[in-house]
Design a protein around this ligand. Structure first.
Ligand code: SF4
Length: 352
């Protein structure tokens, strides 16, 4: 059987960030949680060539427990094994523990290196802590370190974002994800009108995104997806599976899977996940049809949508090519940085 990706959701956070609507709560019963994860991995009987611990805050599990999970999984030689870490809960000893367990990629939720922006987002760490965590990861032996940043957050300006990026470029990073802040309904941020007033407007947001793409590419971080930039050879292999419509198995409450053509998820209920012999499998849809593949392929700015697979897109792309929102290269349609800003509309026009 072909190896697939393995996603492990760790639904624990010390405190909820102001903007977050991911499924997570205070850490409790973590030992039972790990046992349930292991049970599900063993029952699936698959082989994995990428593993990704996401959350929540995977760094709230002890490194030994992460090692236990990895030891229970059938993992191919040379697999990419990533753990998302919060700078607040990833000290040198913990990172050494992950490294000895076989983890080879760390992804830090940095978000900003401006302390007032971090406070407005409700992050637990400050800029110094984030820098210290990245340097500790390098010292612990990691050669593949990613940082997430957020654009268009309350109080952020082009200058403060530029300072954050400049400081990140001084650090031993191989990958940077830059996400536009989305104000999700029901989050503390969505209910805080004073803070919402400090969110940059649409034009400033667009300028910040374009500046980020330009600065990162000038520094050798090539854009390969709408929100992702990497040094050559350091694209996240696990996340590429999502956009290439390849298979993965998700373990844990709220985790999604795509296996044998079926998209399904586990309900967002940690107690239930722990107590049931195996996680519930809720059918979502059949996946992998040509439209879905095309939609995901368009997100990949380096690969793009192969016209051989979707010839009808060529005619539809003409006005977009003229306006510089897409480009045609090596038989594929690719979004430009400007096109990335209106990707949903472009996807609808080419595929819808
Ligand atoms: S640490 Fe991550 S998952 Fe947890 S609340 Fe903050 S943004 Fe959400």
């Amino acid at each position: 059987m072909q190896p697939v990706g393995l996603y492990i959701h760790v639904p624990f956070c010390k405190r909820k960030c102001a903007y977050c609507d991911f499924f997570s709560a205070a850490a409790k019963n973590t030992e039972e949680y790990v046992r349930a994860v292991i049970r599900n991995i063993k029952a699936a009987g698959r082989k994995y060539n990428t593993v990704y611990f996401g959350g929540g805050t995977p760094s709230l599990l002890k490194a030994e427990r992460t090692a236990d999970i990895l030891a229970a999984a059938n993992i191919s030689e040379g697999a990419e094994i990533s753990v998302e870490c919060n700078p607040d809960s990833a000290d040198f000893d913990y990172l050494c523990g992950l490294h000895s367990a076989g983890v080879n990629r760390i992804s830090f939720g940095v978000q900003s290196l401006d302390n007032s922006e971090l406070a407005a987002l409700g992050r637990l760490h400050d800029a110094d802590k984030a820098i210290e965590a990245i340097l500790s990861a390098e010292k612990a032996g990691f050669g593949n370190i990613s940082a997430d940043i957020m654009l268009a957050t309350p109080m952020q300006t082009a200058e403060s974002l530029s300072r954050t990026i400049n400081a990140l470029l001084e650090l031993p990073l191989t990958h940077i994800s830059a996400y536009l802040l989305k104000v999700e309904k029901g989050t503390p941020l969505s209910l805080d009108s004073a803070l919402l007033e400090k969110v940059p407007d649409e034009d400033s947001t667009a300028d910040m995104y374009l500046m980020t793409a330009k600065k990162l590419s000038a520094a050798g971080f090539e854009q390969y997806e709408i929100s992702n930039f990497a040094r050559k050879g350091f694209e996240c292999r696990h996340n590429l599976k999502y956009w290439r419509c390849e298979e993965y198995f998700g373990v844990g409450p709220s985790a999604h899977s795509f296996l044998d053509g079926e998209r399904f998820c586990c309900p967002a209920d940690t107690e239930k996940f722990i107590s049931e012999p195996l996680q519930e499998r809720v059918f979502l849809s059949w996946g992998g049809d040509p439209e879905e593949k095309a939609m995901l392929a368009l997100r990949l700015t380096k690969e793009g949508l192969p016209l051989a697979d979707f010839p009808e897109a060529e005619k539809r792309a003409e006005p977009l090519l003229k306006s510089g929102l897409v480009k045609k290269e090596q038989g594929a349609l690719r979004l430009t940085a400007e096109g990335c800003l209106v990707s949903n509309e472009i996807i609808c026009r080419l595929i819808g």
